[in-house]
Design a protein around this ligand. Structure first.
Ligand code: ADP
Length: 482
């Protein structure tokens, strides 16, 4: 058994398979973005461990299904309570793991993870089977648990994002094998401990640690899986899609974005500028971020003045310090990637308005470009760092055209005081979610997912429960049974 002491808390660095810790033979190093030091040597799984994990999930499937939604809800609610009770520990480990702001983790993010379990416990248990008479028959739609599900998660907000998927899968009756990202695998190890404490039967929840190429690829190729849910890059999604197709397994993918943040002249400019500056939070490592600022020409100067003032108030630094608002990037390789985007943009003639440099350790300056043209790489590709672009538009039609001019379609943010415009633009922006005068916190029952290369399938609310279920129609000839 191996463990590491992370931010003063002991965290198992092994896999969690069939209700037991499994060490495996290989290890990989995990660093903390806070100072770049190595904080853990984590088990690096491969085909053997993937096989053990899926077999454990498969063996647990009939028992978990037989519990029914109400029985499962009891355990899921217990898990939600344990997450809430362990906020300090989870937040501290997640902060060391990924450098997300500690205050934000303690006050919001970890509780949101608990809310996912609580919400899905309730939603699955209160499912109303559609029941109707038609053409001399009784009809009923039933949700049958699909079977073992693989959940592959990204390195940003790893704990909370994993619960988006783990909670509906478990609530629907599917045992889970979770493969966390190799740059931030530690907080999900704590989730395994909490499932044990909550009394989950062995094999219902499993954590397979390791790299995407080894553990991830072996997991998604496993023929005993019945569902795959992935969040990450479009490139990896294509590989997972091929593996899923080989076994005819449905999969959903949430694949990042390049969201517009559209500011109309009738908007509350203080609020819009503050929200635009807020896109640098978590160093811009947020798939839903509105990274393309699109501002109506008539308020360009007023907006920029407020925006720069708000960005000037950002404090770059240690994510544990309460005054910090912009934390370090996850990994040196990622910093090099972000800096590569910036250098290429400068070389291509995009105008650097502010920032554009590393700021010590893994920090990176909040950066703004005025692109040379809309087809600039910096406008068209997701950077996943503190880098925004600024463009202006003349009217609604141009705002919509610019919004829809990338291959992505995950999110959009609109600032306007007009209901008509909110409705028109909200409808026209090609994205899975559009926020008007607000951002980020989605009602848990709403669908979530991307259009274009931002993803396929929908999660959230009943949409996720349907994904993790085989929907069955039961039809009985009227008068044939008593
Ligand atoms: P990012 O660019 O954000 O790191 P990736 O798509 O590379 O996104 O990674 C997201 C998740 O997918 C991680 O958990 C990673 O380990 C996993 N992953 C990467 N490659 C594969 C693969 N070929 N098969 C399965 N999972 C993979």
């Amino acid at each position: 058994m191996s463990s590491a002491t992370v931010a003063g808390h002991e965290v198992s660095t092994d896999h969690w398979i069939g209700g037991e810790r499994v060490a495996g033979s290989e290890r990989f190093e995990v660093i903390t973005p806070i100072d770049g030091s190595v904080i853990a040597q984590v088990a690096a799984g491969g085909a053997h461990e993937a096989d053990l994990a899926v077999a454990a999930a498969h063996a647990a499937a009939p028992g978990w299904a037989a519990l029914g939604p109400v029985g499962r809800a009891t355990l899921l609610t217990r898990l939600a309570d344990l997450i809430d009770q362990n906020v300090e520990r989870l937040a501290a480990v997640e902060c060391a793991d990924m450098a997300m702001l500690l205050e934000s983790l303690r006050l919001r993010v970890i509780h949101r993870a608990a809310a996912n379990f609580r919400n899905y416990a309730e939603l699955a248990a209160s499912y109303e089977e559609r029941d109707w008479r038609s053409k001399g028959t009784w009809n009923r739609v039933q949700r049958m648990p699909a079977g073992p599900a693989a959940v592959i998660t990204p390195w940003n907000a790893p704990f909370m994002l994993s619960t988006w998927k783990v909670a509906p899968a478990l609530a629907a009756g599917c045992p889970v094998v979770l493969k966390p990202a190799e740059w931030s695998p530690l907080s999900c190890s704590l989730l395994a401990d909490l499932t044990a404490q909550a009394g989950f039967p062995p094999g219902v929840f499993n954590v397979l640690q390791g790299t995407g190429e080894q553990a991830g690829a072996a997991l998604v190729a496993h023929p005993m899986l019945r569902r795959i849910s992935f969040t990450g890059s479009p490139e990896t999604a294509r590989e997972i899609g091929v593996a899923a197709a080989r076994n005819l397994v449905p999969f959903t993918g949430e694949l990042g974005g390049k969201g517009p943040l559209i500011v109309f002249e009738d908007a509350d400019l203080d609020a819009a500028a503050a929200k635009a500056a807020g896109q640098y939070d978590d160093a811009g490592q947020v798939c839903l971020a509105g990274t393309r600022l699109l501002v109506q020409e008539s308020v360009r100067d007023e907006f920029l003045e407020r925006f720069h003032a708000a960005v000037d108030r950002h404090v770059l630094g240690d994510p544990r310090a309460p005054e910090t608002t912009v934390s370090p990037l996850i990994h040196p390789e990622h910093l090099a990637r972000v800096d590569g985007f910036v250098k290429r943009a400068v070389a291509a003639g995009d105008r650097l308005v502010r920032g554009g440099q590393p700021a010590g350790g893994l920090l990176y300056e909040p950066t703004l470009f005025e692109p040379r043209a809309n087809d600039s790489e910096i406008v068209q590709r997701e950077v996943f760092g503190p880098v925004l672009t600024f463009q202006t538009f003349a009217d609604e039609a141009e705002a919509i055209a610019l919004s829809n001019s990338t291959p992505y379609g995950l999110s959009g943010i609109v600032y306007t005081s007009s209901m008509g415009r909110a409705d028109r633009v909200g409808r026209a922006v090609r994205a899975g979610v559009v926020w008007v005068n607000t951002f980020l916190v989605r009602d848990l029952t709403a669908p979530f997912g991307g259009i274009g290369i931002s993803g396929l399938g929908r999660e959230g609310g009943n949409y996720a429960l349907d994904f993790y279920s085989d929907l069955k129609t039961l039809q009985i000839l009227e008068g044939s049974v008593r």
